[in-house]
Design a protein around this ligand. Structure first.
Ligand code: NAI
Length: 416
């Protein structure tokens, strides 16, 4: 078995952390139990490009138990948990290509290694595997893929619209049981966790600027407010901006917020959201970071250009000193801060995200022949079944429609 990881001796720590996460993943556990009996992925080669975390390791285990022949590589150079990579290799015999802090060259070498597995199904977080397959001269036998995150889905939709997508992809991100919980509560909590671990700065009483009031931004805004920050939201979408106002946040252009923010977090999926004109106005000691998928939301080259000095002052904190002496602190090299300096989303939300991944892989295995080269949502029936399993697992019961209510909701002439 081939692999490229930091240190296999970290396996025990990884195994313990994986088991800790599994305790909070009852839906995935139930799927694993069924997969063990039914082997729906028997003999299918899957290449996964995901953040190598304790929750992902539980997904890998589930897919393997379901019969898949698996390899995994990192979907971000800073998100790998090296102990988890070690247990995947040593205890689960899953080829893993992921080292925390790998440079770009090694990152792409790892993607290449995952593709050398000649996948039948791809499992992406950010669409890097799919994009490499489409730009490669090699022929692949992929029947379908899954996509974990908003940015990946945007890339795939653009490929489908241009008619270049060569196989169907299931947009796991757009399942209700994914984005409503993972993006909002998962990114909300873990982004704050990442900022606190990297800086140990007090959030209460600070001005916290959140760029982007999408599912992730809503979570971060709400949680930073909960810690006592005064929150400013920046947006480009008028509807989201009104929502932020009515949720009780101050909405301003970044141009104005830049001069008085203490913390800046970007979660837009867009590029150069924080740039030179904003750095020019920031206070001495400002903290800037990103929790969107790619490290392009903060214009780091522009920051480097206007800085006379850069030094690492703490782990995950680079201090840039500008020519007038002001210091701007960039966290985690502008990469997903929740995975760079913290551990990513809590297992309880990844339980539902990865249940969607496992069931979408099974769906592709069964249905690929009937799908076109498009981006498909997770079938509603799968999404709803995950919600039901989650409720069951946490011991919550809900009401059921009476026959009369079913009839009433289906009618158009029963207004009185
Ligand atoms: P979304 O589409 O729900 O929200 C993005 C928001 O950013 C939209 O409201 C959009 O109008 C706004 N926006 C775009 N350009 C902007 C600009 N220049 N200034 C201010 N606002 C702007 O997307 P979602 O689901 O919130 O995801 C955001 C990013 O986070 C994506 O890159 C996604 O892949 C990533 N993500 C990261 C996670 C993590 O673990 N850190 C987890 C899930 C998603």
């Amino acid at each position: 078995m081939d692999y490229d990881i930091k240190d296999i001796n970290l396996r025990e720590k990884g195994k313990n952390r994986m088991a800790w996460a599994e305790q909070e993943m009852p839906v995935l556990r139930a799927i694993k139990k069924r997969f063990k009996k039914e082997k729906p992925l028997a003999g299918l080669r899957i290449s996964a490009c995901l953040h190598v975390t304790s929750e992902t390791a539980n997904l890998m285990d589930t897919l393997k138990v379901g019969g898949a022949e698996l390899v995994i590589c990192a979907s971000n150079p800073l998100s790998t948990q090296d102990d988890i990579a070690a247990t995947l290799v040593a205890d689960y015999q899953i080829s893993t290509y992921a080292i925390k802090g790998e440079d770009n060259k090694q990152y792409y070498k790892h993607l290449d290694a995952a593709l050398a597995h000649n996948p039948i199904i791809t499992m992406d977080d950010g669409a890097d595997l799919v994009s490499m397959i489409h730009s490669s001269k090699k022929k692949f036998a992929v029947i379908g893929g899954t996509e974990e995150t908003t940015t990946g889905v945007i890339r795939l939709r653009s490929m489908a619209e241009k008619g270049v997508l060569k196989f169907p992809v299931i947009s796991v991100n757009d399942a209700d049981t994914k984005y409503l919980f993972d993006n909002r509560y998962g990114t909300g909590q873990s982004t704050i966790d990442g900022i606190m671990r990297a800086t140990n700065r007090l959030i209460a009483g600070s001005v916290f600027v959140v760029a982007g009031y999408g599912w992730c931004g809503r979570g971060v805004a709400r949680r930073s407010a909960g810690l006592g920050a005064s929150v400013v939201v920046t947006e480009i979408d008028p509807v989201k901006a009104i929502e932020a106002v009515m949720d009780g946040f101050r909405v301003l252009p970044m141009e104005e917020a830049a001069s008085f923010g203490d913390f800046f977090v970007t979660l837009t999926g867009n590029t150069k959201v924080l740039r030179k004109e904003h750095f020019d106005q920031m206070k001495d000691g400002s903290i800037v970071c990103n929790s969107g998928h790619f490290n392009v939301e903060i214009d780091i080259p522009a920051l480097e250009k206007i800085s006379k000095q850069k030094r690492t002052v703490r782990e995950f904190v680079d201090e840039y000193t500008l020519s007038d002496g002001r210091r701007i602190n960039l966290l985690g090299e502008g990469r997903l801060i929740n995975l760079a300096s913290a551990e990513g989303h809590p297992a309880a939300v990844m339980d539902m995200s990865f249940a969607n991944q496992a069931l979408s892989a099974e769906y592709i295995a069964k249905e690929a022949a009937n799908l076109e080269n498009k981006v498909y949502p997770v079938p509603k029936i799968i999404d709803a079944s995950i919600a039901r399993l989650k409720l069951q697992a946490i011991g919550i019961e809900i009401d059921q429609l009476t026959n009369e209510q079913v009839k009433y909701l289906a009618s158009w002439d029963m207004g009185t």
